[in-house]
Design a protein around this ligand. Structure first.
Ligand code: SF4
Length: 471
């Protein structure tokens, strides 16, 4: 999007208005002026001084931010009618949370549908999806709300994927930091679990994510597990996920070591089952490596394996997606997370030419989504969590599908923000929930491995301030 002039007479809504504008992926230079006259909001859009659109009236009586967004949405839609917005003016990342809140108020589905359509202009199809997921999640919310989870960050990767915006370090350059990193993780865990109140709280799930946690050597992995077993009460933990993200970091011996540990859920993430694409996105493994890794995992007894896919990767056609899905159908994972590519500022993809990005935006991701949903259905899975990100192709969403008994409690907890998650390690973010006050506090750990190692005492002190309030 080239530079634009946006004038909004209410500073407090400016951020949300910009977010919505972003979802139109406009390349023209526009001047957008929004102001409130009497009780209606007027929107004037000009290009090179020439007036393109003037919207004077929007449905009023909504929260001010919503009224401004509706006014802008109507104006932009009149100029760009083919722009895809199944989520209407909704720019937040957790749509299901809105449905959950309305269900909690005992509002019936027909009224919820009407409200979501009138307030946010969400399509019927997406509202049905929200309600379907909210219903599935409702079975698990009691357990989730009365407990907490922990997240452990292992921010090392064997190579950088071109779409990635996560914080992670190159294994080649920073391998020597892994052992001191584990020392610091131990200090964090030892400190917090020496607090009896935390120790006695109900711990629901553990998630070791990254980065690529399977970059740890067998010894390092076993040391991490030993640290957890020493300090953390693991006995009643219902779910323990280990992201074994990439097959280039795994072999039978490492998978057997993981199987011997308390890990119950493994995530093996191909993103695509096309060798050409794997190369283009910067992965050092092949489709047959993924298949082999999956088969070994099953062979040694893993009965809860997730696979992640991304739709909209460079040059992937519907034939490529169909091929990926036919591999997935053969492998039969227990859950499948389908992401729509999000073009992130921190990724190397954003540095590609505007032409390449514009091309990505022409993809008909809705068709890709549809065949992925069909594949999940074929495997007997149901959609159970959903979230959105900024700059997603076709303004769509990411959906987690799972077999009924393989639904990840951690994924529901993190996406719906119904639970406190204490996060350990560099770049991780703890979330403390205060349901009575409808409030969430976040505490971030330092996003630099070396600085984290050198300053772990400060990291602990900062987080402990919020932990003290929470307990
Ligand atoms: S493996 Fe994951 S964290 Fe690592 S670079 Fe690729 S997408 Fe990013």
């Amino acid at each position: 999007m080239s530079s634009m002039i946006i004038k909004v007479d209410n500073q407090s809504v400016e951020f949300e208005v910009k977010q919505l504008l972003n979802s139109f992926h406009i390349s023209d230079e526009l001047e957008i002026e929004m102001f409130r006259s009497a009780k209606d909001i007027s929107t004037i859009i000009k290009n090179d001084g020439e007036k393109l659109c003037f919207i004077e009236k929007v449905d009023d009586g909504f929260k001010e931010t919503i009224s401004y967004k509706k006014a802008l949405f109507k104006a932009l839609k009149s100029i760009y009618p083919s722009s895809n917005h199944p989520w209407g003016i909704l720019t937040g990342i957790r749509p299901v949370k809105i449905a959950q809140d309305l269900i909690k108020k005992n509002i019936d589905n027909i009224t919820i549908k009407k409200m979501l359509n009138e307030i946010y202009y969400i399509s019927d199809e997406k509202i049905d999806l929200m309600l379907r997921i909210a219903k599935i999640q409702s079975k698990y919310l009691d357990d989730i709300e009365k407990s907490y989870s922990i997240y452990i960050s292992i921010p090392f990767c064997p190579s950088r994927c071109n779409y990635c915006s996560f914080f992670s370090c190159s294994l080649d350059k920073e391998q020597n930091l892994i052992d001191p990193y584990l020392d610091s993780l131990e200090k964090e865990l030892k400190f917090f679990y020496s607090n009896k109140v935390i120790y006695d709280k109900e711990l629901l799930s553990i998630y070791i994510g990254g980065g690529t946690p399977s970059t740890l050597s067998i010894n390092q992995f076993q040391r991490l597990i030993k640290i957890l077993q020493t300090y953390v009460p693991l006995k009643n933990v219902k779910e323990f996920t280990f992201e074994a993200g990439r097959p280039d970091t795994l072999d039978r011996e490492k998978l057997e070591a993981i199987k011997m540990s308390p890990v119950t859920r493994l995530s093996i993430n191909p993103q695509t089952m096309n060798d050409v694409t794997l190369k283009k996105i910067g992965r050092n493994h092949t489709v047959s490596d993924i298949i082999e890794c999956f088969k070994i995992s099953r062979d040694i007894g893993f009965d809860n394996i997730n696979m992640d896919l991304i739709l909209g990767l460079e040059d992937e056609s519907i034939e490529n997606i169909t091929k990926t899905l036919s591999h997935i159908k053969e492998l039969k994972p227990d859950s499948l997370t389908v992401h729509t590519l999000a073009i992130k500022k921190a990724s190397t993809l954003i540095n590609d030419s505007q032409g390449a990005l514009d091309k990505l935006r022409t993809y008909n991701i809705e068709d890709f989504m549809k065949i992925s949903a069909d594949a999940a259905d074929y495997l007997g899975m149901k959609p159970y969590y959903l979230y959105r990100q900024k700059n997603m192709l076709s303004n769509l969403e990411n959906i987690g599908y799972a077999l009924e008994d393989k639904i990840s409690l951690y994924n529901i907890a993190i996406m719906e923000e119904k639970q406190t998650i204490i996060a350990f390690g560099s770049g991780s973010v703890s979330k403390f929930t205060y349901p009575e006050e409808n409030r969430i506090e976040r505490v971030s750990n330092i996003k630099d491995v070396k600085l984290y190692i050198d300053n772990v005492e400060q990291v602990i002190a900062k987080k402990n301030k919020e932990v003290e309030k929470w307990i």
